[in-house]
Design a protein around this ligand. Structure first.
Ligand SMILES: Cc1ncc(C[n+]2csc(CCOP(=O)(O)OP(=O)(O)O)c2C)c(N)n1
Ligand SMILES: [Mg+2]
Length: 354
């Protein structure tokens, strides 16, 4: 599936409305994966996707109750992209993500209570409550964090991957960003440098159809963002980002390619965010019908159906995993709400301002 340079002009797939018709994609064999992957791994994928969904629904509830400082960006509807990608990694591999990063953080194995604490600005949180929703890093867990500056993670990823190469490490870095970020100059500069130095980084573009209110169909004249890889002589694939197994299979191939020293790859996960860009979004740029058509392709619902139809588990087992994820998030929120906030005396600790 992953070949270098100019061999790969048969990149196929989509960035648009008629997803099911146009996602022909790299040959994805979900049936084989359902048979071959250990049941525990499949159960883990479902559990993490449910935890992402419930975490963000809880985040919304806490926001409405006035308990959250600042804004937040929800990835409800995009869970398969985060979980499918992260499940292709070894535990010691790394990620760097972006402003819509709750899913990436959970998928990389974050402790939900510490994450909720950070989200609520509490002292025991991952960044001692100084970072909040957009800046959750878990360095020991291999999550190198995010910034609110769109695209900033992409050149940073090149630097981190260069460090991995210089240390002769066989770790791989996944770099998550959005369709909007792929229109920035630093995206192009970074892919070029990563390519010429054959760095161990996989660029994951989460094409959720919009950068704020700007549709991809108005902001670029290509059908598949992954075709941009051709300019840098690296492999590029577009995948149905709402199919967790398709994402897993594609990103795994890219990770193996990078780990073997052959260099970076670009994977485009085609997906959709159900909620607004942030809490100030009034959804005036898209129709309810469009949102509803993507809700019908809910990645969690689809994966549950696949698991039951393939007799990996029965519907009761699937719902038990779902309810355990909900209980984990509910417990985490209850506990995190009792945690102390940073005090005025120590508030500036670990805050860097040049
Ligand atoms: C350099 C920079 N420009 C603009 C913004 C404002 N902004 C925040 S998110 C965003 C859209 C990003 O879209 P995309 O990369 O597709 O990610 P998504 O929000 O869809 O996940 C913009 C323009 C910013 N934070 N940083
Ligand atoms: Mg986007």
């Amino acid at each position: 599936m992953f070949r270098s340079g100019n061999e790969q002009n048969d990149v196929t797939a989509t960035n648009g409305a008629d997803v099911e018709a146009s996602l022909s994609l790299a040959a994805v064999d979900s049936g084989r994966l359902l048979k071959e992957l250990p049941r525990e791994k499949l159960a883990w994928m479902l559990q993490k996707m449910c935890e992402v969904r419930y975490f963000e629904e809880k985040a919304e509830e806490l926001y409405i109750r006035g308990l959250v400082h600042g804004t937040m960006h929800l990835s409800i509807g995009q869970e398969a992209s985060a979980v499918g990608s992260a499940s292709a990694l070894r535990p010691d591999d790394l990620i760097i993500h972006h402003h819509r990063g709750h899913g990436h953080t959970i998928a990389k194995g974050a402790d939900i209570t510490l994450m909720m604490a950070e989200f609520l600005g509490k002292e025991p949180g991952y960044c001692r409550g100084r970072g909040g929703s957009m800046h959750i890093a878990d360095i020991p867990g291999g999550n190198l964090g995010a910034t609110g500056v769109v695209g900033s993670g992409i050149p940073t990823a090149v630097g981190i991957a260069l460090a991995l190469q210089m240390h002769r490490s066989d770790q791989v870095l996944l770099c998550f960003f959005g369709d909007g970020a792929s229109n920035l100059g630093e995206f192009h500069e970074s892919l070029n440098m990563a390519s010429i130095w054959k760095l161990p980084v996989v660029f994951i573009c989460e094409n959720n159809q919009y950068g704020m209110s700007m549709s991809v169909r108005r902001s670029m004249n290509i059908e598949h963002i992954s075709t941009r890889a051709v300019s840098y002589g690296i492999p590029g694939e577009t995948v149905d980002g709402n199919d967790v197994l398709a994402v897993y299979q594609t990103v795994k191939a890219a990770v193996e390619y990078a780990r073997s020293g052959r260099g970076p790859a670009l994977v485009e996960n085609v997906t959709y965010r159900w909620r607004g860009h942030s809490k100030s979004d009034r959804n005036l740029y898209r129709t309810q019908e469009e949102i509803e058509s993507w809700r019908q392709r809910c990645p969690i619902m689809r994966f549950k159906q696949m698991l039951v139809e393939a007799s990996v588990m029965d519907s009761e087992e699937v719902e038990t995993i779902d309810q355990e994820a909900k209980a984990t998030v509910d417990r985490a929120a209850e506990e995190a709400l009792t945690f102390p906030e940073p005090s005025p005396e120590n508030m500036e600790d670990e805050v860097y301002a040049p």
